[in-house]
Ligand binder design. Structure first.
Ligand SMILES: C[S@@+](CC[C@H](N)C(=O)[O-])C[C@H]1O[C@@H](n2cnc3c(N)ncnc32)[C@H](O)[C@@H]1O
Length: 380
């Protein structure tokens, strides 16, 4: 029977897959809704930008990249100032963060700037005109620092619920062979294996996501790093909060034009779907791949350790609207409550002073350009 969706629409493509193969797990649905031929990230030109459905920290103001550049300067020093200094950013979206980090390097240390080769990667190919920014290819071998901002929240996740002390996985099926609907069924072996040690079955009514792509991603990164750092910035919690009734039903969200998009099954391909990150999982998978956690805290506290307060108070930011925008980066009800996880591989922990006094001595300079891609551009 024909579904009630047009064949070319993302809904139609998902319905036709279900017609052919039977019900599909939520992660397959999310993958098609975001990254399928007419999925959200394929059809929206720049969903995370000034005119998009949501904005991310690098897009608020270049101060975010400047603070991250200070962190990278310290890491470069800890690694004995390698030449070349190889940075890899995954899920970059575009080259804005890369461009701003490189501009900041020019102010902080010209030797580090000269040494840096910055590689970016995204599911959608990125074109950068900056000669220091290149698309990463599979044959690249070694990186010193790997960065991601809001990459993990955009990966397709499995979704499960707990009913009568058993775990049930969320699948998508067709109601009356015509309309998409959620159906609960036995969990896949991978999901069941992941959840078994967590004792979630006592959380009656719980609903939440599991990202099974983390292991593959971290092990591939580990293969490409002898010693160095991984910096992950995203929203999420440690396991004790993540798998608690307080967060039940709240860990998977939709975004449409800067607001909660509501129902997961509406506006498919036109609204973003994201999942909070389970940082305990990232830490334990990191440990299995020789990465030790050296820092984990909120974005607010991390930015403050990097001198954000001093930068925020300088004269060029006297404008009240710019001040409010800068505050959004450390606002604990928003971006400030994002988490920053820094993991280090093959480095002597006793020597890892990733924050030191030296990194406070660089002045934020007017040379850092606010461009049309920054939200702050409109307020200048
Ligand atoms: C929320 S956006 C963040 C973009 C950018 N990092 C920022 O902070 O503005 C997530 C990005 O991750 C990309 N992405 C999702 N899964 C990915 C994967 N497995 N590998 C590479 N990029 C991925 C998406 O295409 C999208 O551009």
């Amino acid at each position: 029977m024909q579904s009630s969706y047009s064949n070319n629409s993302p809904e139609g493509q998902i319905a036709s897959l279900i017609n052919d193969k039977g019900m599909i797990p939520f992660d397959v649905f999310m993958d098609m809704a975001l990254y399928g031929d007419s999925g959200y990230y394929r059809s929206s030109l720049n969903p995370f930008g000034v005119n998009g459905d949501y904005f991310t920290s690098p897009r608020v103001h270049p101060v975010f990249a400047f603070c991250l550049a200070k962190q990278l300067f310290n890491m470069w020093k800890i690694l004995d100032s390698p030449v070349p200094f190889l940075i890899y950013e995954d899920g970059a979206g575009d080259d804005l963060l890369a461009t701003d980090i490189l501009r900041s390097f020019q102010i902080i240390d010209s030797k580090m700037f000269d040494a840096t080769n910055y590689y970016i990667h995204d599911i959608n190919l990125i074109n950068s005109i900056n000669p220091k920014i290149q698309n990463a290819t599979n044959d690249l071998n070694i990186f010193h620092v790997v960065i991601s901002n809001e990459l993990f929240d955009a990966m397709p996740v499995k979704l499960f619920e707990v009913h009568n002390n058993t775990v049930q996985e969320v699948f998508l099926s067709l109601r009356n062979s015509r309309e998409l609907q959620e159906t609960l069924n036995f969990p896949s072996p991978e999901l069941a294996d992941f959840l078994r040690p967590l004792n979630v079955t006592s959380l009656e009514g719980y609903r939440g996501p599991v990202n099974l792509h983390v292991e593959d991603w971290v092990s591939k990164i580990s293969e490409k790093m002898n010693s160095g750092f991984m910096i992950t910035i995203d929203y999420g919690y440690l396991e004790d909060i993540y798998f608690s009734m307080e967060k039940s039903h709240k860990l998977i969200q939709t975004y449409y034009q800067h607001s909660d998009g509501g129902n997961l099954l509406q506006r498919i391909g036109r609204q973003d779907i994201t999942a909070h990150v389970n940082f305990s999982h990232l830490m334990s998978v990191g440990e299995q791949n020789q990465f030790k956690t050296v820092f984990f805290d909120t974005q607010k506290n991390w930015l403050e350790l990097l001198g954000f307060d001093q930068i925020k108070n300088i004269d060029m930011f006297n404008n009240r609207r710019i001040q409010n925008l800068l505050f959004s980066l450390v606002d604990q009800t928003g971006l400030g409550n994002f988490k920053v996880l820094i993991q280090a591989k093959n480095l002597d922990e006793s020597e890892l002073q990733i924050f030191n006094n030296e990194i406070h001595t660089f002045d934020y300079s007017e040379n850092i350009e606010i461009t049309k891609r920054h939200i702050s551009y409109k307020l200048m």
